[in-house]
Design a protein around this ligand. Structure first.
Ligand code: BDR
Ligand code: CA
Length: 317
């Protein structure tokens, strides 16, 4: 089993990813940490707790950062995408939390768990990367003790995919570019699952409908939650389904063979019209130092076998 800490801003696609992390037999979900992003951290934390109860998880859920590292950064949220409760109107139907929130802030819980289990834990981060950056700032030593980091974020301009909050920026990066740059350049191994692949994995109505009647009510609620999301995409992109962005981040751990990875250091543009753009240097060694020099080669997903990812939803509940 793969032991995972899930850092999330639920969020409809965050809930779909949580379904995989909570219910797939090959995952051992150890803790959930919430973060600002799709909505305020109050709302995403409440959603995280309710979803933990829905999936019958008896694990710590800790509240994370309320905003980006720099106060000056935009705080747009994405309620227009995810609905007023950030869960497509189903949040009030979630069961009451079965345990109180962990008293520690999210970044502290991450540091504590990683230090308790050096070399074992994988971090899956699918909101702005603020909690991970705060954890690294508090205890840089955790970088050498985390087994793997997987992030949903970024856009590398492949296969005609652009950013989703600017022509070049993806929402999780734009919500805290400084945190993203710190996390992507830290000396730990990161797999970056960006829009270039998450927008290739389209969950169609039939894929979502297969969740109904399963998971002791959880599948039906997920189906209902995705109705709002589907309307948003129907109006904007007409893709005939939804992007389950965050679920692809969980999937890369279960079916790595479904993803093509490219190695090279990744930086985030922090100023100007390209703010929030993720840029990988895969050219190899350069004669002159560049902004990528001296940073670890991370793995960016550049292609995906979508049916293999979608099939994972038939392996849960
Ligand atoms: C990311 O932004 C959020 O709205 C989604 O939950 C996902 O993590 C996609 O850009
Ligand atoms: Ca998310």
């Amino acid at each position: 089993k793969i032991p995972v800490i899930y850092d999330t801003d639920p969020g409809i696609d965050d809930a779909l990813a949580l379904a995989l992390l909570a219910a797939h037999p090959r995952f051992d979900l150890v803790a959930i940490t919430s973060v600002h992003g799709n909505a305020s951290v109050d709302l995403t934390s409440r959603n995280a707790q309710g979803l933990a109860a829905l999936f019958k998880l008896d694990i710590p859920v800790a509240v994370g950062a309320a905003g980006p590292l720099l106060d000056s950064r935009r705080r747009d949220g994405a309620l227009h995408v995810h609905g007023d409760d950030a869960l497509g109107g189903i949040a009030h139907q979630l069961p009451k939390p079965t345990r109180p929130a962990d008293p520690r802030p999210a970044h502290q819980l991450i540091c504590d768990l990683v230090n308790e289990r050096p070399g074992e834990l994988t971090l899956v981060a699918v909101g702005p990367f603020t909690n991970l950056a705060l954890a690294l700032r508090q205890d840089p030593g955790i970088a050498g003790k985390v087994k793997q980091v997987v992030v949903m974020g970024g856009a590398f301009g492949l296969k005609g995919h652009s950013g989703n909050v600017s022509p070049v920026a993806e929402a999780n990066i734009m919500a805290d570019p400084e945190a993203a740059d710190e996390v992507l350049t830290a000396p730990w191994p990161v797999i970056v699952v960006g829009l270039d692949v998450t927008q290739e994995v389209i969950m169609r109505e039939a894929d979502l409908a297969r969740l109904c009647g399963r998971g002791d009510g959880a599948g039906d609620l997920l189906w209902q939650a995705t109705r709002h999301y589907q309307k948003f995409y129907d109006a904007r992109d007409s893709i005939g389904g939804i992007y389950a962005h965050d679920a692809s981040a969980a999937a890369v751990l279960l079916v790595p063979e479904a993803f093509t990875l490219r190695r090279g250091p990744v930086r985030v543009a922090l100023e100007g019209i390209a703010t929030g753009q993720t840029i990988q240097d895969w050219r190899g060694e350069q004669s002159q130092p560049t902004p990528w020099t001296g940073h670890p080669a991370q793995q960016v997903c550049v292609a995906v076998d979508a049916p293999k990812v979608l099939a994972l939803f038939d392996e849960i509940f």
